[in-house]
Design a protein around this ligand. Structure first.
Ligand code: AMP
Ligand code: GLY
Length: 428
């Protein structure tokens, strides 16, 4: 198979890596890719949100499968255009992608499918906003209705901060809406469900760390680290979430004539009243994918092609490594507010030659080559360092040992990824 991967982050580097490990894959093209995918695949420039450009690229390379990494191309209709051109694509069409593109739409589908989630009010003006905040009380959960790269949600005890974020969302104008939700407590988990429009195949659970600082302090980010599996998760959780969340949503989307083909990312809070959906995404999560795919032993291209073809029902049960995976994101100085870019990145070649490399790999995200060909940072989340170990403690030790070898002036990372889980401190 020849596979085209759309996107340029560490998630896409993880996808490219897993695809090249699949013996059925002859070649991978990454568009636009990054300096990390360049070592494994052919990088091709593309405007990923231009459906015609992606179709053109897929045709030019006569690919057998397109895997769309990020949400923006899906919301822009890239998967529809590919399928319309007769090209096999793993990723939902624009209508189905609204499960991520509009939080209000996701709530509507969840209500129709009777999926357990937080109670919510959708507000279109200041008066409704104020009323909804007072109805739920603190802690306040305020969500931009539209796509916001993981930064549209504010959870705060401070009513003024909640109000200010809500007003900022509404100030975008047009049909801007803001969603106010009931606060859900309990540990969070992410479950990626591979869907073919009818059948659901869940991957293993992961947990990510959205806040910028240790101890879950500071603003939300696109994700600062992740680990898998979740030894603390209640037995049967995956089956329960498929039965109560993913399958009903896939059935509802099929009933609406907008079948869901791709990853339904179910973000959960494991509350005292049972699992509740916090959010849906319509693609692999970043950085959870880096940890989950490090443990997947089944060939990835075979799985994703089966989903694209509506043949998941016949797919072999997935095989997983018994090891634990920990991913630590190395972020640029100033991330998430205003990342400093163009800073030299050192130590990766030494790391690749080290004994540690047997258990650790480094995935690129915000990296680029400068005019002299040297590797420099080009975005907020620069690298994902992924380590495997016999348990979380060993995987953590290896990941942090590797992170210490990476040179990025002003760079920072969380030091507590998977720490509480490794210590057995998480109770669901
Ligand atoms: P989202 O973009 O919807 O995933 O929200 C980002 C983060 O905000 C989540 O990972 C949670 O940590 C937090 N969050 C979102 N919704 C809620 C909620 N209803 N209750 C508590 N925390 C929430
Ligand atoms: N890990 C969160 C996300 O991918 O949205």
């Amino acid at each position: 198979m020849k596979v085209l991967v759309i996107g340029s982050g560490a998630r896409e580097h993880a996808l490219v890596r897993a695809l090249t490990l699949d013996p059925t894959v002859a070649a991978v093209i990454a568009a636009p890719g990054n300096p990390g995918t360049d070592a494994l695949a052919l990088n091709e420039p593309v405007d990923a949100t231009d459906p015609a450009a992606v179709v053109d690229l897929a045709r030019r390379h006569e690919v057998d499968l397109v895997v769309v990494g990020p949400e923006a191309p899906l919301v822009a209709g890239v998967a529809d255009a590919l399928r319309g051109a007769g090209i096999r694509c793993f990723g939902p069409g624009a209508q189905a992608a609204r499960l991520e593109g509009s939080k209000a739409y996701a709530k509507e589908v969840m209500a129709a499918a009777e999926v357990p989630t937080a109670m919510a009010h959708v507000c279109t003006d200041e008066a409704q906003l104020a009323e909804a905040l007072d109805a739920f009380g603190a802690p306040f959960v305020v969500k931009d209705d539209g796509l916001a790269a993981g930064k549209g949600v504010v959870v705060t005890e401070d009513r003024e901060v909640a109000m200010a974020h809500g007003l900022a969302c509404l100030a975008k104008g047009g049909d801007a809406r803001v969603v106010i939700e009931e606060f859900l407590d309990g540990p969070e988990a992410s479950l990626f469900c591979i869907c073919d429009g009818t059948t659901v195949v869940p991957l293993d659970l992961a947990q990510d760390f959205k806040r910028i600082f240790d101890g879950d302090e500071g603003p939300n980010t696109g994700g600062m680290g992740a680990y898998s599996p979740l030894a603390w998760a209640p037995q049967g959780l995956v089956d329960d979430v498929v039965a109560r969340v993913a399958q009903p949503v896939v059935d509802e989307m099929a009933r609406r004539g907008t079948p869901f083909v791709g990853v339904l990312y179910v973000g959960l809070a494991l509350t005292s009243r049972g699992p509740r959906v916090i959010e849906f995404n319509v693609r692999f999560g970043d950085p959870e994918t880096q940890s989950v795919l490090a443990r997947l032993e089944s060939p990835l291209a075979v799985l994703l092609a089966a989903a694209a073809d509506g043949r998941l029902e016949d797919h072999d049960p997935l095989r997983w490594s018994a090891q634990s995976a920990v991913t630590v994101v190395v972020a640029a100085e100033g991330y998430p507010a205003s990342p400093v870019t163009g800073v030299a990145i050192d130590g990766l070649e030494e790391l690749a030659a080290d004994d540690l490399a047997e258990h650790v790999h480094v995935l690129h995200a915000g990296t680029a080559h400068d005019d002299e060909g040297a590797l420099v940072s080009s975005g907020g989340r620069v690298l994902s360092v992924v380590a495997l170990g016999d348990d979380l403690a060993q995987a953590r030790d290896r990941a942090y040992e590797a992170v210490a070898e990476v040179g990025l002036e002003g760079g920072h990372h969380r030091t507590d990824i998977a720490l509480r889980a490794a210590r057995g401190e998480i109770r669901a």
